[in-house]
Design a protein around this ligand. Sequence first.
Ligand code: MG
Length: 386
Amino acid sequence: MRKRRIAILGSTGSIGRQALDVIRQHRDLFEVELLTANNNSRLLAEQAIEFDANNVVICNSDKYTEVSEALRPHYTKVFAGMQSVCDLVAGDETDIVLTSMVGFSGLESTVAAIKAGKTIALANKETLVAAGETVMGLAAKHHAAILPVDSEHSAIFQCLHCSPQAQIEKIHLTASGGPFRTWTKDRIASATAEQALRHPKWTMGNKITIDSATMMNKGLEIIEARWLFDVSPDRINVVVHPQSVIHSMVEFADGAVIAQMGHPDMREPIQYALGYPERLTLDNRKLDFAELGSMTFEAPDETRFPALALAKEALEKGGNMPCIMNAANEVAVDAFLHGRISFYGMSELVSRCMAGVDFVSHPDLDCIFLTDREASAKAREILSIN
Ligand code: MG
């Protein structure tokens, strides 16, 4: 295939670094057109040099000089600020945009890339949680393909290739259950950030690791799946599967269930999105079924993990409610990481914001941005922080 020109938004984060590892193994297939980072100027410059990136953006403008100095002997062009990200992703020199930045802040540049008709390798699930209907509508209008990078959604995408014409009877979204799967509610109530950050199966960034501990991550993924695959919420079933070998499953009308499996390693779904429809080689650990021995499954417990119920409620309510929930959750996770609230303080804060921010049943994109600001402000007001 012709060399694909890749833009990685959030290249210094966990997904960004793993994407560059995939590209490192296939330098003949990919060209790095653009790398962006919020603050990690040193790693951004190192990546730009290693991969001969044509452009980099450091979103924090205070760090522009640092990046610019580091890249002076090289021909990489250096820019600063979010507007530069939006301008560059729309440029003619980019084929695929990997959206691996964290949280709602990824929406603006994702929309810019979609409007330019780019293929999106979507790792930023909050984009679809906050504005799923609008984003998918824009993607259809501008003929921008959206390829999932989230491991569960990549699995579903891969399973669907077995029967591309068939209607989906059910999606079985697997969840590891996180570090507190076997803990009692009392014990979870006093869990610390340090304990919550010890994920048993996946190595990920802080935000998503806390979301996995509360199972809000699975709630966000239900909403993501609803929009990506255009399935009604009642057809999405969550099943806890602690071994994290089955990344998700699709059930068809005849009762056949197709599962996608592999060792938990984010580079697999990343290579699938970047190389699609090809499959690239990957120097990852392969499955040994005899060593694995058994796989187990259990129903999720919404009493111990109330975030899951909140996400279902937000999806059912629709409109800007998932955006309110997402914004409150971002503030909640940050507050928990800084020791300001307890583990269950997170879902309490989300619940209060969902009840206290104005509901809009048919929000446009401007309304979504406004809702995000209002819900974040409300959450901070409740926490009495600014
Ligand atoms: Mg996932």
